[in-house]
Design a protein around this ligand. Sequence first.
Ligand code: NAD
Length: 438
Amino acid sequence: MYKISVAGTGYVGLVAGVCFAEVGHHVTCVDIDQQKINMLKQGISPIYETGLEKMMQKNSALGRLDFTTDFIQAYKDADAVFIGVGTPEQPDGSANLSYIATVARQIAETIEKDCLVVVKSTVPVGTNDKVEQFIKDFIINDVKVEVASNPEFLAQGTAVRDTLEAARIIIGTDSIWAKEMLMKIYEPFNLPIVSVSRRSAEMIKYASNDFLALKISYMNDIANLCELVGADIQDVARGMSFDERIGSKFLSAGIGYGGSCFPKDTKALDYMARQNGYELRTIRSAIMVNNDQKTILYRKASNRLITFDGLKVAVLGLTFKPETDDLREAPSLANVPLLLERGARVYAYDPVGSDNFRQKYPESEYKIKYVKKPEEALSDANVSFIFTEWDEIKAIKPEDYKNLMRTPLVFDGRNIYGIESMRNAGVEYYSIGRQAVV
Ligand code: NAD
């Protein structure tokens, strides 16, 4: 078993660290955020991920998992350092590599034995080459260091399962030493391993994520056309899903993709293409469709209503998808400010996302209330928006809208309800790519 350090205790770093410990490695997770480390030391996960906290507590108790801000102690005698820090979007769409550079420098100045550096963060093609050179430029001790790419494919909400049961592990390196060590690190996971060059590994990550974003935007584009020509996107998707070349996943139309990955990774690949004198028209279209899709319900509602001023608006779901507390690029963040600007009184319900949303939109500064039950949001409301398909929101019955709301007017961005069930309940209902119930 190896002594592994992981830089960054976000969704990627923390889950990787905990899962490496789970299969028997000795893991130290490093973060610059003292508050996060304090929580982790007390056995509290700073992020919401099914099964993570328990697994973390178990491995900490077994002495295989440690948390620290002291990167010197963590890196100096590690066999491998995995980098899982953020690579956020910059205003021009490119990836910000400053966090990666900081960790690279910290590694260069601290390692006292041969070390494999593994970049898990999503980085533009060629970054691993630069990281390796950067470390070699700043290295202090006479030790061997190599950099390999090992992109991460987990989805938030199912991160632990996605790691332990990953469809594949991508190992990107041209070095036999690095490849063998990575194969051994991943051996206990017993998963398919795809071994490629560093640059191909970096590209696999973008090509995979952007393909999924493209699939979502494609379905949203078709959904918008369905509405105009009288077809039903759910029937269309069902019919398409039987074709194995298309596959049955990621065919749901909605109010666009969000989260920390698809939006930034599409823009980063578009930027990469432009930097290389190429226009990636497919991805550019996916980005454009998504930008419009996020506020499509707000536009529908604006056409339907004379004003939002003074209306009680129930917002059901704030996070970018269910089973996560992450709000990054969530459609709610595109819509709620518009509603507030237009004078709406927003009553927001989300099973786990309210605290994070409150930090951006505190009740003291905005006409917004965070409620603990969907019924509180719906009670006497003039209009309701569904932004996230949490189970708690799917459990609301069509007749609840009719019975609780002042006017049962629902704009559903996740196509939760059957058209007929809403019609039967007497709800005025607008969704995505389907006929409206008026
Ligand atoms: P995150 O923002 O949740 O976490 C990053 C962490 O790194 C933060 O806790 C931050 O404090 C810490 N950090 C910053 N500088 C540091 C340093 N010098 N040393 C130690 N820690 C430091 O990020 P994330 O969502 O986990 O994403 C990380 C990377 O993985 C990104 O490149 C992202 O694109 C990629 N990725 C994310 C997901 C996902 O679902 N979130 C999935 C696959 C890949």
